[in-house]
Every structure is written in C-alpha cells, then in structure tokens.
Design a protein around this ligand. Structure first.
Ligand SMILES: [Zn+2]
Length: 242
C-alpha cells in the first residue's frame, strides 16, 4: 500500500504540483572536435540548458562538456539522494528523455591500491587530434587496455555525480550506459567518459548502470534489487530464462 500513500500525498500537495511544471528536455548531441567551444551539457534544476560555452582546458581535443560551474556542482537534471540500504543513489530531478548525455569524470591518476569504495574507472584517452576513441588501425575499432591504458579517472573530491549511480539488481536493468567516448588528454589532469540514457528516465527514478559481474562479490555483498517505492528502478521486461 505504500504506492497508494505516495500518490495520495502528491494529490494533496496541489500547490507544489502546479509550480513544478515538467520541463521538456532535448537530448544533447555528441560533442565533436568541430563543436569547439561546445555548449555545456548540463541543465539547471528547473530544466534550462546551460548556455555557457566550454573551451579546451589543457589542450585536449574535446573538453569535458561541462562549464566550470557545472564541473563543480554537477548537472542539475540529476540529484543525489539517500538510499535506505546502499548509502547514496542518483535519481532524475525531472523527467529525462532517452539519449540524454552525462559525463562520468574525475582526476586522472594511478589506480588506487584498494577496491573498497573505489569508484575510479579506467581511462583510455581519445586521439589527441580527432578526439575520437575509435582507431581504424586497431582491431574492432576501439582502443583497449593493452594499447591505450592511461590510469584511472577518480571522481572522489570532484563535482562528479555519476559516481553515485547504482548497479541494477537481479530483477532490474540498466537505464544508462557508457559509450566509450572519453574526454581529456593523455596524462592530463581531468578526464571523462560519456554516458547516455538508453530509455526515458521518469522523475525520481534511479540511474543504474552495470558495474561488472565482480562488483558485488568483491565487496562481499549479495546482489539485490536497489529500487524503492520512493526511488524506483527500471525492471527487466523479459521473464524466464535467458
Ligand atoms: Zn554549465
């Protein structure tokens, strides 16, 4: 009955409902080298696209497409909330469309020795001229750990919010994925990885992406669903064995 209670509260709270008009959000285009300076990808907390233009910061072909304000504070379209079981969660502040783009970013450096509470991601710097991570000279097109690894991006102590996105449980599925388009420069200070929503994300729904099969066991916790009545998670559609 928790669900009924939530909707009843919302109905009663009419003044809030009227003032909180749902903004229409248009997905950002992928940034390319020809876009320099690129328009900041972030939106305000009321759903207005940031108009600030972002130029190269340290000579990188495509900068992390956030202005200095949004690098510090994160995209206003998302917010970090307390999760009853898992510390924090990242949810949509208002309805977001499919193909909405976000950046997982951090300070580049060596991989920290401990994996506990480690939210660093591997870094594969894009081509310094084209800004692309696709290299036609590499089999499969993508540069890899073997030929292009450049440490990790550590979001700790930065304004990155994507580090708070969860991992789907057994009955859930991801609603966001990384695209293998990185931002930054080999041996640079900051780097980022483009992420994109793969379905519309309703207000208050959690952002979930797949951390990899080992994530739960490395932390000695049983993999379980992360969705709650207040902060739902997208559920798997197919039932039965896959
Ligand atoms: Zn901005």
């Amino acid at each position: 009955m928790a669900k009924a209670k939530v909707s009843a509260n919302r109905r009663d709270n009419t003044t809030t409902t009227i003032t909180e008009a749902t903004p229409t959000i248009i997905p950002q285009k992928r940034a390319t080298i020809t876009d320099i300076p690129v328009q900041c990808w972030a939106h305000s907390r009321t759903g207005k696209r940031c108009r600030t233009k972002v130029s190269s910061r340290e000579g990188e072909p495509i900068p992390i497409p956030y202005c200095n304000y949004h690098l510090k504070h994160g995209d206003g379209a998302v917010k970090v909330v307390k999760h009853p079981l898992f510390g924090n969660a990242l949810v949509a502040r208002y309805d977001l469309p499919a193909k909405y783009r976000l950046v997982y970013w951090g300070k580049r450096g060596r991989c920290p020795p401990s994996h506990v509470e480690d939210r660093s991601i591997s870094y594969y710097p894009p081509n310094p001229i084209t800004g692309s991570n696709i290299d036609p000279n590499v089999e499969g097109g993508r540069t890899t750990k073997r030929n292009n690894y450049n440490g990790v991006l550590n979001p700790s102590g930065t304004g990155d919010l994507m580090q708070f996105a969860g991992c789907p449980g057994p009955n859930e599925r991801q609603n966001m994925r990384s695209t293998f388009q990185y931002f930054g420069l080999r041996n640079g200070i900051l780097g980022g990885l483009e992420c994109v929503t793969v379905m519309p994300i309703p207000k208050n729904t959690q952002f979930l992406h797949w951390y990899g099969a080992g994530w739960w066991s490395e932390r000695d916790i049983k993999r379980q669903d992360v969705g709650t009545a207040k902060y739902p998670a997208p559920l798997r559609q197919a039932k039965g064995r896959v």
